[in-house]
Design a binder for this molecule. Structure first.
Ligand SMILES: Nc1ncnc2c1ncn2[C@@H]1O[C@H](COP(=O)(O)OP(=O)(O)O)[C@@H](O)[C@H]1O
Ligand SMILES: [Mg+2]
Length: 244
């Protein structure tokens, strides 16, 4: 079903204006498939418009679990998650999906592009899902961002003809197509060489500075923390440090 909100994103009357785009209060997660495993032990966190935050921590510390909860792909066992001032735990699946499309852009380690579509179509797909007006509204900006990452010549190319680094740049641009308020990235440069990683990081940083889009990015790479203005460390399902 097409989204009923306007592509010009009017301020919703029931939402208080705030710079805190995300707020987590005592978020806990226990996986209950098989043996119950407690993974998040009470996470409190605020992310503000304009933040460029990196989330680090050992494998198994709960980074992906936390990102999936924040991105409304998974639900916490308890605790409250506010997205743009709105508490999300009482929302049904349709409302969660609508909020996700409106506010959040995802970049995963594997880019998940659609092989039957060209570069521009892939970038605009999240907008197309919301409705034709969104796709049209996003078109020019999408072309501009593709030019920013040296893909201006590849707009009509099938994504299957691109290198891994080019595909990851397409996926990065796609995450911005809907003009999200927050971008969540789970090791977005994990499969890239260092030069391409730097290019993807610079694109994210440019967009962050230009638009105020908040970033929360999981990484293993200590070098990438140089791009961040905030480093959050998870240890055994708890925030061990949060430094600006
Ligand atoms: N879908 C799942 N079902 C059961 N256990 C899971 C699931 N996803 C992750 N886990 C467990 O939760 C813990 C944290 O995993 P994860 O959030 O992926 O950590 P990280 O991303 O920091 O490596 C791990 O012990 C993992 O085995
Ligand atoms: Mg992970």
């Amino acid at each position: 079903m097409a989204d009923t909100t306007s592509p010009n994103r009017p301020h919703q009357a029931d939402v208080e204006a705030t710079d805190t785009i995300l707020r987590l209060e005592d978020i806990r997660k226990t996986y209950t498939n098989g043996v119950a495993e407690e993974v998040l032990f009470g996470i409190d966190l605020e992310v503000n418009t304009g933040d460029f935050a990196v989330l680090i921590g050992k494998s198994g510390s709960g980074k992906t679990t936390l990102l999936n909860i924040i991105g409304l792909l998974d639900t916490p066992t308890s605790g409250r998650l506010f997205l743009d001032g709105r508490e999300t735990s009482t929302l049904d699946e349709d409302e969660r999906a609508r909020l996700r499309r409106e506010y959040i852009g995802f970049i995963f380690q594997s880019h998940l592009l659609l092989p039957d579509f060209n570069v521009l179509e892939n970038v605009l797909m999240p907008c197309r899902i919301r409705g034709k007006a969104y796709e049209e509204a996003a078109h020019d900006r999408a072309v501009e961002m593709l030019q920013m990452v040296d893909l201006g010549e590849k707009i009509q190319a099938p994504v299957t003809k691109l290198s891994g680094g080019q595909q990851q740049r397409v996926a990065t641009v796609r995450a911005f197509a809907n003009a999200p308020t927050v971008v969540l990235a789970d090791e977005p440069t994990g499969s890239l060489d260092s030069k391409t990683s730097q290019a993807v990081m610079r694109l994210m940083r440019d967009i962050n500075q230009e638009t105020g889009t908040a970033f929360l990015m999981v990484t293993h790479d200590p070098e990438l923390t140089d791009y961040a203005d905030r480093v959050i460390e998870l240890r055994d399902g708890r925030v061990a440090s949060d430094t600006t």
